[in-house]
Write a protein that binds this ligand. Structure first.
Ligand SMILES: *Cc1c(COP(=O)(O)O)cnc(C)c1O
Length: 406
């Protein structure tokens, strides 16, 4: 059945792709569990998880089954019609969270775009146009559309594209006094990542999130948690808000939600959801049957006591060994994060060199991630086998040894 395909190599990237990425020198072609093989047949262990996406590793039988079953039934109908997988997925998310309503889209940025538009709409309807300000945090990441880079707290992503969305301010993360000083009755929403992912795996303090909740209530502002990276089991709870015990008004999810199939979701209460009446917002692909069938299967596997408890146990395994490696080679000084979102903070001597660690790991057959220039990040499958953790960390130790000896 397979059609002969023209051979392609990494060099083709520089010929035919927009140069906004700098992908690694090898091309992965196949994966199974937490192992990946490249074009040359070289095997790697995957602790990157496609940036916290491949929540059940590669080619998980439950996801392959859900996708192929749906692929043989119905791919797409648009939102002119609803579909069974979308309704089933919405039920599962509503049953498992604070939310009464779900909106589906195709990425984290789109989930946040919907969240921000909803917050502004609610404030506009209830209080008038003055109340439109959004408070976000310094170094936060919320996606790459113009609204989401404007809300994101990293000027390197928002500068140089002309006028930004206005009415947005940024306060230092985990600093309740700064938030208190900035919030006012013009604030329509406060947006927080429960763990800052892209900018270094920085967990929020419980008291910070509790304080933000209270300030939002006091000023009739909505609390939005961007759980695109922290959601769907990553912390050992289904969502990080449950880990912290602080409930937002709006939650955005994506990445792990699809386990590798593109989908995003915005979750909220019925009271807020009604402000997105017919015609106020939309997307052609959002709630696509294929994506929703896969995400439903992801939730069935992830939202179980075994998998969620396993995340906590695997966290301990990673942390203990990583701390040993950090100490032995003087490569990093701190191992932080929650569940299977882990960051190793590079020591003074290695500051700015996360890319070197990434390259050294790759040479040993291990895929890791950076989170900014100073942090090496791990976001593996939540069901990564203990033997793969051991072997992957052996490879990581070899990389650390070679790097620090050189
Ligand atoms: C990855 C990420 C996004 C953006 O998601 P995309 O699917 O790339 O649009 C938004 N917020 C956070 C916290 C993320 O980690």
């Amino acid at each position: 059945m397979s059609v002969e395909q023209a051979p392609v190599q990494r060099a083709d990237f520089d010929q035919v792709m927009v140069p906004n990425y700098a992908p690694a020198a090898f091309i992965p072609v196949r994966g199974a569990g937490s192992r990946v093989w490249d074009q040359a047949g070289r095997e790697l262990i995957d602790f990157a998880g496609g940036i916290a996406v491949n929540v059940l590793g590669h080619a998980h039988p439950a996801l392959v089954g859900a996708l192929t079953e749906q692929a043989n039934k119905l791919w797409h109908v648009s939102n002119v019609f609803t579909n069974e997988p979308a309704l089933r997925l919405a039920h599962k998310l509503v049953d498992a969270t604070f939310a009464d309503r779900a909106f589906f889209c195709n990425s984290g940025a789109e989930a946040n775009e919907a969240a921000f538009k909803l917050a502004r709409r609610v404030a506009h309807d209830r209080f008038g146009p003055e109340k439109h300000e959004i408070i976000a945090t310094v170094n936060s990441f919320h996606g790459r559309t113009l609204f989401t880079v404007s809300v994101g707290g990293q000027p390197k992503y928002s500068d140089g594209f002309g006028p930004k969305i206005t009415g947005i301010s940024h306060v230092p993360y985990n600093d309740l006094d700064a938030l208190k000083a900035q919030i006012s009755d013009k604030t329509c929403a406060v947006v927080i990542e429960p763990i800052q992912g892209e900018s270094g795996v920085v967990p929020a303090d419980v008291a910070y999130l509790q304080g933000a909740r209270e300030l939002c209530d006091k000023h009739n502002a909505l609390l939005i948690f961007d759980e695109v990276q922290t959601g769907v089991g990553r912390t050992g709870s289904l969502f990080a808000y449950q880990h912290y015990g602080v409930t937002p008004d709006i939650l955005s999810s994506a990445k792990s939600l699809g386990g590798g199939f593109p989908i995003g979701a915005m979750l909220t209460t019925e009271d807020l959801a009604k402000h997105l009446a017919v015609g106020t917002h939309g997307t052609t692909y959002g709630g696509n049957p294929l994506a929703c069938a896969v995400a439903s299967a992801v939730l069935d596997v992830v939202n179980t006591p075994e998998v969620l408890a396993g995340v906590k146990a695997k966290h301990q395994k990673f942390k203990a060994r990583l701390e040993q490696i950090g100490e032995k080679y003087g490569l990093f000084t701190q191992v932080r994060g929650v569940g299977l979102l882990i960051g190793c903070v590079l020591s003074e001597a290695w500051k700015g060199k996360a890319k070197d660690v990434f390259n050294a790991a790759e040479k040993e057959g291990l895929m890791v991630l950076q989170a900014g220039p100073d942090v090496v990040r791990f976001a593996p499958s939540l069901v990564v086998e203990d033997a793969d953790i051991d072997e992957g960390l052996n490879r990581f130790e070899r990389a650390a040894a070679k790097l620090t000896q050189a």
